[in-house]
Design a protein around this ligand. Structure first.
Ligand code: AMP
Length: 378
């Protein structure tokens, strides 16, 4: 089987690594250059989307910010999973919010802002504090503004007006600021037959809007079931095929959806070592029509993102239960360069191993890891 992935980053790379044992060969399409790339070596294999689409059995995506013309061309091939409607629901926060409303899935109250009147209505109707997010091209907390005080309205609106003036397709989604207890995500997979399998809920800790640590361990059954219901409602409404991730805010035991990602997700990287079949393999199984694999949690696990660093202390590789995954990228401040997966046979053992890992890692490059360590005693 040959699968073309839209996007040539680390997610295509990890799909390639997971697909090889199943004889699934991945090529990656760089939407910026129109080149077909080998996802591991980054070597150019060819050029042009039309030929690549003709050559492969299936096309899928590793990110959602894809030009409309590319999405349409892929959709017309009849080989595109999860398909352009699902990708657009993840790419445009207006469509995402409308989808959640259609599915009766709870999320923060919101309104759409196109002009100053809309901005004033949002402030009056939703109240402060507010989070404003660009409707398009927003990820990892980019394209966001916060408003806490009425006195800052003029300044914040000015920044947003300047932003809106740069692109007529843009809008801003205003959302109530949620005082959440924690952030969770659910990664799951849906087959063409409608069968759904989900991994356990993952607890996520972000630093400056970027994921830092994900922790997978059994959580209360009721919470998991609630998340699974929301997942099933959203995935079936999109007639989704592949891996889908849903990010939640947990507020006093209730779940609100923050956003959806129509693809394999950073908060599911722990599945490479902590689950029976990892998210990358399950995505490929779903889009190529193979039976889905077990999503069972084999052992408590966590993942630490490596941001802006191209080396880690060699001693960490001597630790039991630790696996290092580099993405082969050149170093840039804040860039996702790789991740560390850490697993253990019990929560107590995971805690001890994580404490050792934190000792070995340079604190400046890996801030706030203790926040997740403290949760391991909860
Ligand atoms: P996003 O790009 O929407 O995932 O936002 C990045 C991060 O900003 C989230 O992981 C949250 O930590 C925070 N955030 C986003 N939306 C809200 C909200 N409505 N209330 C409080 N915090 C938020």
């Amino acid at each position: 089987m040959n699968v073309l992935v839209l996007g040539a980053g680390q997610l295509a790379r990890m799909m390639s690594l997971a697909g090889a044992p199943l004889n699934i060969t991945i090529s990656a399409y760089d939407v910026n250059t129109d080149d077909i790339i080998h996802p591991l070596t980054q070597q150019k294999l060819g050029a042009g989307l039309a030929k690549a689409l003709a050559d492969v059995d299936v096309v899928t995506a590793e990110f959602e910010h894809i030009p409309l013309a590319v999405l349409e061309q892929c959709q017309q091939s009849g080989k595109f999973y999860p398909g352009s409607a699902a990708i657009l629901a993840g790419a445009d926060r207006r469509q995402e919010k409308a989808l959640l409303e259609r599915c009766s899935v709870a999320s923060a109250r919101y309104s759409v802002i196109n002009n100053h009147d809309d901005f004033n209505d949002a402030v009056n109707q939703l109240g402060l504090p507010l989070v404003f997010k660009s409707a398009l091209a927003g990820y990892d907390g980019k394209g966001q503004w916060r408003l806490k005080d009425q006195a800052d309205c003029t300044g914040v609106w000015q920044q947003m007006a300047d932003f809106l003036a740069t692109d007529s397709k843009q809008a801003i989604v205003a959302e109530q600021f949620i005082r959440f207890n924690r952030e969770l995500s659910l990664v799951g997979v849906r087959a063409g037959s409608g069968e759904v399998r989900v991994y356990p809920l993952t607890e996520n800790h972000h630093v400056n809007g970027v994921l830092s640590v994900s922790l997978a361990r059994p959580l209360p059954r009721q919470l998991q079931q609630r998340a699974e219901q929301m997942f099933a409602a959203i995935a079936s409404s999109l007639d989704y095929v592949g891996v889908l991730a849903i990010e939640f805010f947990e507020v006093e035991g209730e779940l609100l959806v923050n956003e959806i990602a129509p693809r394999v997700h950073n908060s599911g990287h722990w599945t490479q070592q902590g689950a029976d079949v990892c998210q990358f393999e399950n995505h490929l199984r779903a889009v190529t029509g193979l039976p889905l694999g077990s999503t069972e949690l084999l052992r408590p696990s966590l993942m630490v993102n490596i941001l802006g660093e191209d080396s880690t202390p060699p001693a960490i590789l001597g630790m039991p239960g630790l696996h290092l995954h580099w993405y082969g990228k050149s170093k840039r401040p804040g860039r996702k360069m790789g991740h560390i997966n850490l697993s253990a046979s019990s929560l107590a053992e995971l805690k001890a191993r994580f404490a050792k890992l934190i000792d070995l890692l340079p604190a400046a490059a890996f801030p706030e890891l203790e926040k997740m360590l403290s949760k391991l005693t909860d």
